[in-house]
Design a protein. Structure first.
Length: 276
């Protein structure tokens, strides 16, 4: 009897130890699950990085009859700031979209505010003072005369403005939205990259009411398809503007949506003024 009791006691001790390990394991699993849940909760409820930034734009999105998705920011030219980025836009605490063409850290498109290029010293290579290699369509806001134009120029010296201390100029490629017979010849002359390939695209426009439109599509589109979508779907009259850098550079920061392109670093952005 004593032997049976001793054996039974040993088995009970083994069972109890196993139960202890089971309880400890379950507790550890519960703690780990709670920690993961709290981490995910905090991530999903983390502070909006754009909180506190001026929301000086109207956001719209639409799909063209050819299924090109357009994401748009409409705003006053006084609320535009051309600025250096040097990172993917999703890492920049600023509303806006990508700007002109670049290579490495050199900006190859004009990006000038009040006669000051956005990416370096005046007249320096890669600073934003030049449209490199070719005269290209450059959207100009003349703040003194309160007028828009697209000027085909190679450098800041060639810009026709009323007051050199009150304007901005953003380089790209002319869209010629009001001239169906001319635009294809012009984009060839101004050397729009990959015009016939399906790529993400972006553009900067103005209308008859004095509003600017910053537009990005993540839909893979030819230049013709993007331009047609703009003419069919942007709710404004008298549109004119420029193609900006495209493909993976086509990026947008808005409170309503983030379009990261391919998350590449861009040299310059068109930002909503007053942002950090």
């Amino acid at each position: 009897m004593w032997a049976l009791t001793e054996a039974s006691t040993g088995k009970l001790k083994q069972l109890w130890r196993r139960r202890q390990w089971l309880i400890v394991s379950l507790l550890l699993l519960m703690i780990a699950a709670l920690a993961i849940s709290m981490f995910l909760f905090s991530r999903s409820h983390k502070e909006n990085p754009f909180d506190g930034l001026p929301h000086a734009y109207t956001y719209l999105e639409t799909v063209s009859p050819e299924n090109v998705q357009l994401y748009m920011m409409s705003l006053s030219p006084e609320d535009i700031k051309l600025r250096a980025a040097g990172a993917p836009l999703q890492q920049v605490i600023s509303y806006g979209i990508n700007g002109g063409f670049f290579y490495g850290d050199a900006l190859l498109s004009i990006a000038i505010m009040n006669d000051i290029p956005t990416n370096g010293a005046k007249k320096a290579y890669g600073s934003g003072w030049f449209n490199a290699k070719y005269a290209r369509g450059t959207l100009v806001w003349d703040g003194a005369s309160r007028s828009f134009s697209v000027q085909v120029v190679s450098s800041g010296e060639e810009l026709n403005v009323t007051d050199r201390q009150h304007y901005f100029a953003q380089g790209g490629i002319s869209m010629n939205l009001q001239d169906e017979d001319l635009w294809e010849d012009v984009i060839a002359k101004e050397h729009l990259p990959y015009s016939n390939e399906k790529r993400m695209r972006s553009g900067m426009l103005y209308d008859d009411n004095g509003k600017l439109w910053l537009i990005v599509t993540p839909t893979l589109s030819t230049a013709a398809e993007f331009r047609s979508a703009i003419l069919q779907s942007v709710p404004a009259e008298g549109l004119e503007g420029i193609f900006l850098d495209g493909d993976g550079s086509s990026q947008m920061n808005a409170d309503e949506i983030i379009l990261p392109g391919d998350s590449r670093a861009v040299v310059q952005m068109i930002a909503v003024d007053g942002t950090k």
